[in-house]
Every structure is written in C-alpha cells, then in structure tokens.
Design a protein around this ligand. Structure first.
Ligand SMILES: *[C@@H]1O[C@H](CO)[C@@H](O)[C@H](O)[C@H]1NC(C)=O
Ligand SMILES: *[C@@H]1O[C@H](CO)[C@@H](O)[C@H](O)[C@H]1NC(C)=O
Ligand SMILES: *[C@@H]1O[C@H](CO)[C@@H](O)[C@H](O)[C@H]1NC(C)=O
Length: 369
C-alpha cells in the first residue's frame, strides 16, 4: 500500500518538473531575444512594388463588408487609409529620401512585431503611441484574459507572462508566410510629439520604475551632448517638470539629431532606444506592406476601423479613449522647443524627416524657421 503512495508522489514530482521545464522553454522561445539568430536576408520581402499578391486563403477581409451601407463611416475611413498608403508608397520611391525611409527587415524589426496566429494578425509596436492598449487587445485575442479591462497592468509589459509571441521567434519560412498573408498594422503619431512623450515618460516621470533611464542613459547623453558654457541661469526658462530632471530636453534633442555620432551610445543603450528610434527603424514600413497605418491623432476613427478591417470587431473592443488625449498639441510642442536652437531643431528634423514624409505629418515650420 505504502509503495503505491510513494509511486504516486514520485509521478507527481516528475510531472511538476516537466511542466516547469516546458514552460521555461516556451518563454525562451517567445521572448526570442539573443537566442535565435535569423541569418536569412529579409529584404527579400521586397519593396511595395515587387510584392506578390495576397494568397487566397488569407484571413484578410476587406474593411467594408458587403452588408454595410455604401457610404458608411467605415467605408469613408477606408478612403483615408488608402490615401495614407498611396502617400507612403510614393515617398518610399523617392530616391532623395531613400536613406531615411528604407530599412531591411532585420531581427530587430521582427522583434517589434507581435503575432496573433488565431486571428492572423501582425502588429508592429511603436512605443509612445498608445501601444499598451493594442497589446491588451492582442492579449485578449490570444485568449489569456477575457477582456481588456481584466488584464493587470503589470502583465501587459511582462513579455514572459503576457503570452504575446514576437515574429522573431518563428522560423524563416513561418515568418515569410505570416508577413505575406496576415493582416498587418501599426500606429503612428506626430514624430516630435512622440519624442516629447518619450522624454517625459522615461526621463521626467518614469512611472514604470525603470531606473536605468535616469541613472545610466541620461548621464551618458549629458556627458556627450550638454553645452556647459551656454545659459548661465538654465533654470530660468525650462518648464517646471524639466527642471527637476537631470536630462534636459535640449540635451536629448542634440543626441537624437546627431545621426552619425550617436551610434556608439545607441549600442550601449541596447533595446531601450526603441522609445525614440524612428518608425522606419522600428517597423520598416517601406519593406513590409502594412494593411493599415493608424494615426494616433485620429485614433477614435482608426481603432474601430482596424478592428473591423482585421475581422475582430466582434471579439474585442479597444479600451476607452479619454477625450482630447490623442489630439496634436501645438502649444506643447512649441513650449518644449522654445529653448532649442534652430540649428539643433533642424538637425533633429532631418533625422526624423522620413517619418514626417512617409506618414503625412507637416514639417513643423514654427520651430524650424
Ligand atoms: C539581400 O537581398 C537583396 C536582394 O535579393 C540584395 O540586394 C541585398 O544586397 C542583400 N543584402 C544582404 C545583406 O545580403
Ligand atoms: C545615404 O547614405 C549613404 C551612406 O551612409 C551615403 O553615402 C549617401 O550619400 C546617402 N544618400 C543620400 C541620398 O543621402
Ligand atoms: C497642451 O499642452 C499644454 C502644455 O503642455 C497644456 O497646458 C495644455 O493643457 C494642453 N492642451 C490640451 C488640449 O491638452
């Protein structure tokens, strides 16, 4: 009799250990950082002009179902989406901007793209553009939680627990298949507003307790880019929130605008730079043909449109958008750039010009001229 119990206990232990091991392996595969080296030449996905047609069995559904009224809001919005895609295609072909618009589909880019196999979706993450909310949508779609409201905040950014696979964790043929047939989207916003948001979030407020921004990254940028001789009373004009932080917005702007000089620092900063890399560097929009490019400024229209176009509008809803938060705030941009020299501002613009042009954001003349 006792032997039976011992045997049962042993079996239990073996089972537990097995469970632990498989879970561990799963997490490693999902995170995909550093482990797998994708040696494939990803530029083979081709530019927008050389891409093959979407396969028959794709999950893609046209944004406007036959049942909807021909002049419904979704159809009208599709014309906005089409217009954005046409602009992108033409800017991608502009030889003058080539360096600022083209980027090979590297492992780094594949790391930025989240996958929902169940719904055949790919979403390229562009930090500081409301991506937390889209990640929640994907977490719900992948079945980990029944609704976006029920996902604990700490799970969303925990890539070992949120069950969101990245495209880089698949094999080359699997990646090719997904890029060729899944519904793909990304969200963008005014590039300078995004940089301001990154600065505030990482160097001023730092709400997610990520000490390395203030302790490692800020001092490194200050060492290389601060102009000590300038401005005898630097606290006079800076906004209050900026005064309290070590890194000032003008240090940050000079670092960002230094296209060649910042490479070494960027390597040192590792993956943290995703918060201020360009959309081109993050998502390779001229190489990967995204179906929808949503704009943060019109998220109220874009979010439901994306859910509908992706065929998931019945399964999940986008979290509530507080009124006013998505609007472009010129006053804010103006106030952040008020202490920035034109020369530094123009260098910054030329570094991010690809993003402005590809996505139809106006050149901010009021801070550059
Ligand atoms: C990748 O392939 C393209 C076209 O096939 C080629 O032009 C390019 O030089 C290749 N890049 C690398 C890094 O091999
Ligand atoms: C693109 O970058 C390469 C290498 O960095 C440079 O030689 C070339 O002049 C640039 N082209 C344009 C159009 O800026
Ligand atoms: C725009 O930004 C300014 C300065 O940061 C702020 O005071 C103002 O409330 C913002 N306006 C809106 C509509 O959010």
């Amino acid at each position: 009799m006792r032997h039976h119990w011992l045997l049962l206990g042993a079996c239990g232990w073996v089972l537990l250990i097995l469970m632990f091991v498989t879970k561990y392996i799963n997490f490693r595969a999902m995170d995909g950082y550093g482990e797998r080296v994708v040696s494939h030449n990803w530029t083979e996905f081709g530019t927008r002009t050389t891409r093959v047609q979407r396969p028959e069995k794709s999950s893609y559904r046209p944004a406007v179902q036959p049942s909807s009224a021909p002049t419904g809001p979704l159809q009208q919005w599709q014309s906005v989406i089409d217009q954005r895609n046409r602009l992108l295609t033409s800017v991608c072909q502009d030889p003058v901007l080539r360096n600022l618009t083209h980027n090979p589909v590297s492992k780094f880019v594949l790391d930025r793209i989240f996958v929902s196999d169940a719904h055949k979706l790919l979403f390229c993450q562009t930090p500081k553009v409301g991506n937390t909310q889209w990640k929640k949508v994907f977490i719900v779609l992948n079945g980990a939680f029944p609704s976006v409201e029920e996902i604990p905040e700490n799970i969303v950014h925990n890539h070992e627990k949120n069950g969101l696979p990245r495209l880089s964790s698949y094999s080359p043929p699997e990646i090719t298949h997904r890029l060729g047939s899944y519904f793909k989207f990304l969200i963008v916003r005014d590039p300078f507003e995004r940089l301001i948001s990154a600065f505030k979030d990482k160097f001023v407020l730092n709400p997610r307790f990520e000490p390395w921004y203030k302790l490692d990254i800020a001092p490194a940028i200050i060492r290389k880019y601060r102009r000590f001789h300038r401005d005898p009373n630097p606290q006079a004009e800076a906004p209050a929130e900026e005064r309290s932080a070590g890194l000032k917005f003008d240090d940050f702007v000079r670092y960002l605008g230094d296209a060649e000089g910042r490479h070494r620092l960027d390597r040192q900063f590792g993956a943290h730079i995703i918060h201020w890399l360009s959309y081109v560097e993050l998502c390779a929009p001229c190489e990967i043909k995204y179906d929808v490019i949503g704009h943060h400024e019109t998220l109220e229209q874009d979010a439901p449109h994306i859910l509908r176009a992706a065929g998931i509008d019945g399964l999940v809803t986008y979290p509530h958008i507080p009124p006013g938060i998505t609007k472009y705030n010129r006053t804010k941009v103006q106030s952040y750039f008020s202490g920035i020299g034109k020369r530094d501002a123009r260098k910054l613009y030329s570094r991010y010009q690809g993003d402005f042009k590809l996505f139809g954001y106006q050149r901010p003349d009021f801070i550059l001229d």
